[in-house]
Design a binder for this molecule. Sequence first.
Ligand SMILES: *Cc1c(COP(=O)(O)O)cnc(C)c1O
Length: 320
Amino acid sequence: MTTPPTADNVRAAAARLAGHAHRTPVLTSRRVDEELLTSVFFKCENFQRMGAFKFRGAFNALSRLGDDARRSGVVAYSSGNHAQAVALSARILGMPATIVMPHDAPASKVAATLGYGAEIVRYDRFTEDRAAIGAALAAQRGLTLVPPFDHPDVIAGQGTAALELFEDVGELDALFVCLGGGGLLSGSALAAGLLSPGCRLHGVEPEAGDDGQRSFRSGGIVHIPTPDTIADGAQTQALGELTFPIIRRDVTDVHTVSDAELVDAMRVFASTLKIVVEPTGCLAFAALRRLAPAFRGQRVGVIVSGGNVDLDRYAALLTA
Ligand SMILES: *Cc1c(COP(=O)(O)O)cnc(C)c1O
């Protein structure tokens, strides 16, 4: 059994990331606070390197590899932010990286991944299994597989975003975090334990993919088919073996939001905060907007997880 990550691991990850990851800004908006009657602190990981918090976990995991593993390199399977995070981290640390991506991955993501110097191995989403391809590459070439969320070093790295938020603004009454496989939420819970033990953690996932909520409420990991939602960074089928127990232990509740609510939140980010946020990055704020009456007068953190969205798609979502 893998040893679960601890709050100390989040601290150690923060030290490893210093000078490599951006310390992203915390934004506030008087207008949002007046509308919600709540003091909201946005931790803006859309300004992180490669455009999302995933850099934190990937860089932390890669920087812990020994010399032999570094020489052989790493492999990841993802069409989204994790791929770019692994590719960029590998380039910074001087390791070869191989990314397994579907033939129909968006051109911008393929270009970004190639731009970071990674090798791309394509596969057919409908007939081939990316996990099997990743495992085969790892075995044949001696590569280290870096999973997108269910790994202690990835979880600890993701927790550093919330750690910085608490360092910058002090203790909070509640923290809203988007939820896919649970790396960001479980890491944030560990960080809260260190710096804001009274803070209540709320996970937020897309309505179409409510496996996290069902798992949280039933006490066992629920698996679902790939959900159909605009929140492409949260199209996970199940929480992880490491992330789930932490979420179950430390999180207060898990909520779901509709795609329409995501677009509404995206619009507020654009018009009021003047920031570009990808659909998945809108999950946490979308839930807080609906639940605000229950948080009246409180100090509430919102993790804005990423800003990677093709501009054509962004414009289409906002004008639909
Ligand atoms: C990966 C990702 C998430 C979900 O994170 P998990 O650790 O899988 O729960 C949320 N937002 C963005 C932008 C992501 O890239």
